[in-house]
Structures are given as structure tokens and as C-alpha cells.
Design a binder for this molecule. Structure first.
Ligand SMILES: NC(=O)c1ccc[n+]([C@@H]2O[C@H](COP(=O)([O-])OP(=O)(O)OC[C@H]3O[C@@H](n4cnc5c(N)ncnc54)[C@H](OP(=O)(O)O)[C@@H]3O)[C@@H](O)[C@H]2O)c1
Length: 266
């Protein structure tokens, strides 16, 4: 069955490859990027390559939470439902360590923006068929330092990246518990895949970007993953696996969600 799929951060890397694969199979694909020109070029490329005209896109810089909210409102005006949301946009290195509101770049782009976007889009996901939310986690997961999350303290890029990915994974498990009608799955797409993020951060890679795109494609549309809500897929192992212990700690999850809601209310 043809799906309506929104993939954030799909102007490059594994998001772009996943969008291409989905378009090749005839799905209706909504891409997202921060740069309107790059987004328009990628949409044209994918349409031409796949001969699928149902490829469109939305623009928002995820380091700007107001822009994320505006994009969510635009999506709600233009789409009547979403079957699959892939929260893929992510950052590791960044020229500025914090956004204009003093929040760490990795926490904003990798966790707060998808949290905000997803909450806004839940009514559309509830109208979708066997809806799924796929959250891009990582093998790098580190316990959250709340002084860093609220922007009071700065830490290294590797540390805040790992904290943002654990936050996203904890929230993914929370979504699965609180939204029984929607499948929420967290995934490490594989470590050191050949993408810009990895080349900039590490200078080398271990595996092709296709490895990540293949699992995102499967998690998005394959019947095999229909009952995988509240799980963590570790593509380094090629299977569902145990996530970080904090993901199973209800007290820590409650603290995270409460703090997140407070940050987003400001
Ligand atoms: N590659 C790996 O080994 C690996 C491993 C574990 C997890 N992941 C996760 O997989 C996801 C995709 O990463 P990737 O490796 O494919 O990286 P990538 O090639 O750098 O792609 C990242 C995507 O996110 C977009 N993005 C970055 N900052 C943004 C912002 N401020 N606002 C909006 N969009 C923004 C980028 O836009 P531009 O095109 O404008 O740059 C791009 O489309 C990330 O969440 C990453 O953490 C990757």
C-alpha cells in the first residue's frame, strides 16, 4: 500500500537516500531541508530519477524552534494525514555551539525540534494507516545533564550529541507508551556511515550510507515492523536490542518530558 511519508533532514545523507527509495516504490514523499535551494534541487533530482511526481518538501532551520512550529502549521494546512514520520534531521559539528536562544545546537536540532514537530503532527499521524514514527538514535548515548539541556552549561560536541540521542530515545519510548495507536521506533542506523556528518566529525567511515537508508526504508514501510513500537533497533547488530538503561527508567523519562515541555513553553 502506498504511504504518505515525511522525512526530516532529507536534503543529504541517509535521509535523502531513504526518500529516493520510498519515491522509487511509488510512495508520496515529503522531504525537509533548511536550505530552500538545496531542497528544490533534491526534489527535482529525486523526481527525475524515480519518475514519481509525488515528491514535495518543506523548509525550516531546526535550530530555530519558531521556524519548526511554522513548518508544522504549514504541513497541517497542506496534508490531511501522515502515515510515517521519520525524525532524521541531525547535527554533530556546528559552527555555533548554541542557537539564538542559548540552547545547545545538538539538543535543539536532534531532540527539541523533532519533539515539537511530532507533537504538532500527532493529529495527522492519528489519521494515517498503521502510523509510524521512526526516531534516529545512535550508538552514542549519554545520560542527560539538565544544565546542558536548558543551556546553562556547555559541553563538547561529542558529549551533547550523545546526550541529545539518549533524550530522543527516551522520548521515543515515552511516545510508544502514551500513543498506543502509533508505532514509535528508535533506531541506530549503523555507526560511522558514509555521510557528511560523519566525514566532518571523524574524517573516515565504516559502512556505506545505504546501510542506514535500507533499515530506515524497512522500518518505515515493512509489515515486519508493524508491532515494533517501544523498541530500539540497533543496526550495528542488525536487530532489536537493549537501549541505554535510562530508557527504561520512568522517573528519568518523566523528568525529561517535564523539562522539555517547560523549555518549549518559553
Ligand atoms: N551517519 C551515521 O553514521 C549516523 C549514525 C548514527 C545516527 N545517525 C543519525 O542519522 C541522521 C542522519 O544523519 P546523516 O549521517 O545522514 O547526516 P547528514 O548527511 O549530515 O544529513 C543530515 C541532514 O540533517 C539536515 N540538518 C542538519 N542541521 C539542520 C538544521 N539545523 N535544520 C534542518 N536540517 C538540518 C541536513 O541538512 P543539509 O543538507 O542542509 O546539511 C541533512 O539533510 C542524524 O540524525 C544522525 O544523527 C547517523
Amino acid at each position: 500500500m502506498k504511504k504518505i511519508v515525511l522525512i526530516t533532514g532529507s536534503t543529504d545523507g541517509i535521509g535523502k537516500l531513504t526518500g529516493t527509495k520510498l519515491a522509487q516504490q511509488g510512495h508520496e514523499v515529503y522531504l525537509h531541508g533548511r536550505n530552500p535551494d538545496k531542497l528544490a534541487t533534491v526534489i527535482s533530482e529525486i523526481k527525475e530519477q524515480t519518475k514519481n511526481e509525488n515528491v514535495k518538501g518543506f523548509v525550516a532551520d531546526f535550530s530555530d524552534l519558531d521556524a519548526v512550529k511554522q513548518m508544522a502549521h504549514q504541513i497541517k494546512r497542506e496534508l490531511s494525514k501522515i502515515d510515517v514520520l521519520i525524525n532524521n534531521a541531525g547535527v554533530y559539528n556546528s559552527s555555533k555551539s548554541q542557537n539564538d536562544d542559548g540552547l545547545d545546537m545538538r539538543f535543539v536540532v536532534n531532540y527539541l525540534a523533532p519533539f515539537l514537530l511530532t507533537n504538532e503532527l500527532i493529529p495527522l499521524l492519528k489519521k494515517g494507516e498503521n502510523s509510524r514514527i521512526i526516531n534516529l538514535s545512535s550508538a552514542a548515548q549519554s545520560p542527560i545533564d539538565y544544565e546542558v539541556l536548558i543551556g546553562k552549561t556547555k559541553r563538547s560536541e561529542s558529549e551533547t550529541y550523545a546526550q541529545s540521542k539518549l533524550a530522543l530515545t527516551m522520548w521515543s519510548f515515552y511516545l510508544a507508551k502514551t500513543l498506543p495507536d502509533i508505532n514509535a521506533i528508535a533506531v541506530n542506523p549503523g555507526s560511522l556511515l558514509n555521510t557528511n556528518m560523519v566525514k566532518e566529525a571523524f574524517g573516515n567511515y565504516w559502512s556505506s550510507a545505504d546501510k542506514g537508508a535500507n533499515i530506515l526504508y524497512e522500518l518505515a514501510v515493512s509489515d515486519e515492523y508493524q508491532d515494533a513500537s517501544g523498541k530500539y533497533f540497533d543496526n550495528d547488530k542488525g536487530t532489536f536490542a537493549e537501549a541505554h538503561p535510562d530508557v527504561y527508567n520512568a522517573t528519568k523519562i518523566n523528568k525529561l518530558i517535564t523539562t522539555t515541555v517547560e523549555i518549549l513553553a518559553n
